[in-house]
Design a protein around this ligand. Structure first.
Ligand code: EPZ
Length: 430
């Protein structure tokens, strides 16, 4: 099992280039199946989740041509099946975006029902509600969801829960339906807007993405396009918190500061100096960090995908902080891991009380999910001594060259793939 060994104590200093947004890329890759013409996607992050989704699409006949590490051409004119194998959805939940894309284009899709995951049960009832509102028949057969429709009609839909996935999935199906669909109580995340913009670049007629109401006038056909994915605000925020936790000075390059507003304001509350540029943000953290209270919310609120990175940073602030996780019911498990590094935390349901300590101590910890894994690396970089983070395959799902980028900022972090390599690394980094 691959692991990171990390020696803490070095403030992170320097500049780091941020890649394309994983969560926009997943929807855009799926939506590219909705035309028979060639789609070119640029600024694609080279991470496991996007690569697995491309494989799933190749499995049903989509032609995928890699131009370079961050550019791919996709042509779906030779699709021979509308059924996505369980193995792909087991690897990445976002394969379920193919339900909306295939339903929109072919009026039929069959995708394995995604399970829950480490951060919560993650039902998809709102996706199903949206497909049914468009006139699709949705059935469950041997663990597969089957959506089919003679035709997709317009509807006026109000989501019971603000759901990024349901907003994106239903938006895709509605893009090739008859008539005009109105969706309310939708997610407004930057990647929802990016996927809407991508579909519009293919000839879709989607208005209002990024607001509470999205209007979609269905079209019969979509055409090819060339599209560049927005920067990943969660990757950027992860490095910004790494700067804060290690008392460093880091500038994240190729970002959209507007997407980072909630993160920037929280870092300022912690006592960091934050400087915004057109496509970069600099975070400087000198003295003691101050405690604060944070509640995760749908965009434009503080993102749940930044909650573990925030929690780790709060564990070494001078005072008591409160973290309320309002999106997922089980996203505090990483706190058990940093307790092993000396953190003083108490969890009561969706609320964590974090009493800051002077410093964390290195320990062996496990990455329980993508963002928790990244947060534990931040903990290791800020701690005294050596930390080993296990199960780093979770981190590779959403972060490209994570260890390499941290090393470029002065972080002492190495990937090891055996016990022997681990011992040798321990000797080397001390
Ligand atoms: C997306 O997941 C992201 N994943 C998640 O990022 C992110 O944490 C989440 O949005 C919230 O921002 C991708 O974009 C691939 P939701 P998604 O539907 O779409 C409930 C990462 O680290 N809900 O917005 O699955 C759900 O249980 C990942 O990159 C229903 O009740 O999240 C949750 O409590 C982790 N019924 C809340 O809504 C539904 O039908 C928000 O979930 C759908 C969701």
């Amino acid at each position: 099992m691959d692991r990171y060994i990390i020696k803490g104590g070095n403030p992170l200093v320097g500049e780091v280039e941020i890649g394309g947004a994983k969560n926009a890329a997943l929807g855009i890759i799926a939506a590219s199946i909705m035309t028979d013409e060639t789609v070119t996607i640029e600024n694609l992050p080279d991470v496991n989740d996007t690569n697995v989704l491309l494989e799933a699409m190749q499995g049903i006949g989509v032609r995928v041509m890699r131009i370079d590490r961050h550019t791919v051409k996709i042509n779906a004119s030779s699709v021979f099946s509308h059924c996505i194998e369980y193995d792909y959805i087991r690897k990445i939940r976002a394969s379920y975006y193919l339900l909306g894309a295939l339903l929109g284009k072919y009026r039929h899709a069959e995708v394995a029902l995604p399970g829950g995951c480490k951060i919560g049960s993650r039902p998809i009832d709102q996706h199903i509600k949206g497909f049914k509102a468009l006139g699709a028949k949705v059935t469950l057969n041997h663990g597969n969801i089957i959506t089919e429709a003679d035709q997709l009609r317009s509807t006026h839909l109000y989501f019971d829960v603000v759901s990024v996935g349901a907003t994106i999935n239903v938006m895709m199906a509605a893009a090739m339906s008859e008539g005009t669909t109105i969706m309310e109580n939708v997610a407004k995340e930057p990647h929802v807007v990016d996927i809407a913009n991508f579909l519009n670049s293919m000839g879709a007629k989607i208005r209002g993405a990024g607001t509470n109401v999205i209007r979609i006038t269905g079209v019969r056909k979509l055409h090819g396009t060339t599209y560049s994915i927005i920067p990943d605000q969660i990757e950027a925020g992860t490095f910004m918190f790494a700067a804060a936790a290690t008392r460093g000075d880091v500038t994240v390059l190729n970002v959209i500061p507007k997407h980072l507003e909630a993160t920037i304001y929280k870092l300022i509350e912690l006592g960091c100096e934050v400087e915004e540029f057109d496509d970069a943000v600099r975070v400087v953290s000198k003295g003691n960090l101050k405690p604060t209270t944070v509640k995760t919310l749908p965009y434009t609120g503080f993102p749940t995908d930044m909650q573990p990175q925030m929690g780790v940073t709060l564990s070494i602030c001078s005072g008591t902080s409160i973290v309320i996780e309002s999106i997922f019911e089980n996203r505090f498990k990483y706190l058990d891991e940093i307790k092993r590094m000396g953190a003083d935390v108490q969890v009561d349901g969706t609320t964590a009380t974090i009493r800051g300590i002077d410093h964390l101590c290195g320990a062996n910890v496990n990455a329980l999910d993508l963002r928790a894994g990244a947060a534990l690396c931040i903990a290791g970089l800020a701690a005294e001594g050596t930390t080993v983070v296990d199960d780093i395959h979770y981190i590779k799902r959403g972060y490209e060259k994570f260890d390499e980028k941290l090393r470029s900022l002065g972080g002492i972090i190495e990937e090891v793939d055996s016990e022997r390599a681990l011992q040798k690394a321990r000797m080397r980094i001390g």
